[in-house]
Design a protein around this ligand. Structure first.
Ligand SMILES: Cc1cc2nc3c(=O)[nH]c(=O)nc-3n(C[C@H](O)[C@H](O)[C@H](O)COP(=O)(O)OP(=O)(O)OC[C@H]3O[C@@H](n4cnc5c(N)ncnc54)[C@H](O)[C@@H]3O)c2cc1C
Length: 457
């Protein structure tokens, strides 16, 4: 190992690059690794997340459920060995509907998830049913699969804070949240203990010799340097495509802007023990006649239409925290990733209005909006919303990214897959579903044309 050589250079110290470094160094014994980032570790997208995880994914096929199950197994292992420093819980995802036509769809989704390996479905259609709520903390000894609750009395008993007209709930159980920052720092420290070096700077070029990676150019605070290396890993988050181009590879990814709002729920509208709560119906916001007239003449006129399903939120923080976070992606067009990220100035109000449809007590904030913090970043995605972890068409080059809105939960399996590719270890059955080479398969390209459900929240 020399200052200007490395066995592996990783571009990007977000959760993807850190998980790759951890799996290579700690679990595969490749310790001569340089992790290059032009910013602070975890600071571009990975600290903007809602920090939730789920084994709850649609098909086609079971690759996504299998990969995410493995990722959650790894997260639980890390939680156990670290004394749960990243506060992983298992509160579940609570999908709610007030639309009678959506009730059978929830049941179907639960049954599909069961056939894909997410765990059994339990039906609760009587007031005395044995539905077991999730504990607020910890993740051990909890059920998997899902609970479908269609008895209105049972819904009111356990979730009386939801809208009165809520008809059915699907409580997906191997789901919850954690501290992404603590998880990332834990992985980074373990990797650094094994010798992984962090290098501040921007990767500006990749050299090849005989078609193989030979060196990486980095420009940083101390000037420019060239690192000789036979392996280069692209883990550049929203800059995946531009860093891929340094290798002459066009990666099939695009970015969407996603925001979240955090504020102190001083009125206690959302119970502190609530699961992540997701409204599965489109929402038509209630406006007064004056508001309606003003909106009709404004760039926000689309707010008069039904807005997409999926407004969701959860309590944030332990102890005395009163913080809640809400997300509602009512616009998700592909955009150029530029920084700092600009958000809709009306986001706070719109997210709270949306959440008030789910939790009516949230409506009390609309007369005087709370002091709120909006942040977010980009989901970097493939067309079918499945991540990339594996080799690139240049010998010695690899990618880990396109982790979309699920990169914290998937980072462990993606890092493990990436490391297995690098060391030539046996690959799990789901590996081809996350390799770039999947797009070379004509059958897969045909499947893409009819692919509907990306599993995005
Ligand atoms: C609002 C929101 C909510 C989310 N909610 C969840 C959630 O609930 N659960 C979940 O699992 N995920 C969630 N995500 C997604 C998750 O945050 C991302 O998938 C994940 O952070 C992506 O990690 P990354 O390492 O690929 O990218 P980043 O974290 O963006 O890291 C990429 C790094 O590469 C560096 N880089 C880029 N180019 C160069 C270069 N040329 N030279 C040097 N360094 C470079 C950047 O500086 C950056 O640090 C959410 C995301 C958002 C925006």
């Amino acid at each position: 190992m020399g200052p200007n050589t490395a066995e592996v250079v990783i571009c990007g110290a977000g959760i993807a690059g850190i998980a790759a470094a951890y799996h290579l160094a700690v679990r595969r014994g490749i310790t001569d690794i340089v992790l290059v980032d032009e910013g602070s570790p975890l600071s571009l997208t990975s600290d903007k997340s809602a920090e939730c995880y789920r084994n709850w994914w649609p098909g086609p096929g079971d690759a996504m459920v299998a990969a995410m199950t493995r990722s959650i197994d790894l997260l639980e292992e890390l939680a156990r060995e670290s004394g749960n420093v990243f506060r992983m819980n298992r509160r579940g995802y609570l999908f709610a509907t007030a639309d009678p036509e959506r009730v059978p769809k929830l049941v179907w989704a639960a049954e599909e998830a069961a056939t894909l390996g997410a765990g059994p479905v339990r039906h609760h259609d009587r007031p005395g049913s044995d539905y077991r709520p999730a504990p607020p903390d910890g993740f051990e000894a909890q059920p998997i699969g899902s609970d479908i609750i269609t008895d209105r009395a049972l819904i009111r008993r356990h979730f009386g804070w939801l809208a009165d007209d809520t008809l059915a709930l699907l409580h997906a159980r191997r789901c919850g949240w954690l501290s992404g920052q603590q998880l990332g720092m834990y992985l980074l420290e373990r990797a650094r203990d094994k010798g992984v070096r962090l290098l501040p700077g921007r990767v500006t070029g990749v050299q090849t010799a005989g078609g193989c990676v030979s060196a990486v150019a980095v420009t940083g605070p101390g000037g420019s340097r060239t690192l000789s290396t036979p392996r280069f890993v692209v883990a550049a988050g929203p800059r995946l495509a531009s860093v891929g181009r340094l290798l002459g590879v066009e990666l099939p990814v695009f970015c969407e802007r996603h925001a979240k709002v955090t504020f102190d729920d001083v009125l206690g509208a959302m119970p502190r023990q609530a699961p992540l709560t997701i409204w599965t119906d489109p929402v038509r916001l209630p406006w007064s006649n004056d508001e309606r007239a003003a909106l009709a003449d404004s760039p926000h006129r689309r707010l008069l239409d039904a807005l997409p399903a999926g407004v969701h939120g959860r309590p944030e923080g332990a102890g005395d925290s009163r913080s809640v976070l809400l997300i509602w992606t009512y616009e998700a067009e592909p955009v150029e990733a530029t920084f700092p990220v600009a958000f809709d100035p009306a986001y706070v109000e719109i997210a709270i209005r949306g959440m008030a449809r789910v939790i009516p007590a949230m409506g009390a904030y609309l007369s005087r909006l709370p002091r709120a913090f909006v942040d977010g970043g980009y989901y970097t995605k493939t067309r079918e919303n499945r991540f990339l972890a594996g080799p690139l068409p240049v010998e010695g080059a690899y990618v880990i990214g396109a982790l979309s809105g699920y990169g914290l939960m998937a980072s462990s399996v993606a890092g493990e897959l990436l490391a297995a590719h690098v060391v030539g270890a046996p690959l799990p059955p789901y590996a081809p579903a996350f390799a770039l080479s999947r797009y070379d398969d004509p059958g897969y390209r045909t499947l893409l044309e009819t692919w509907t459900d990306s599993g995005q929240l």
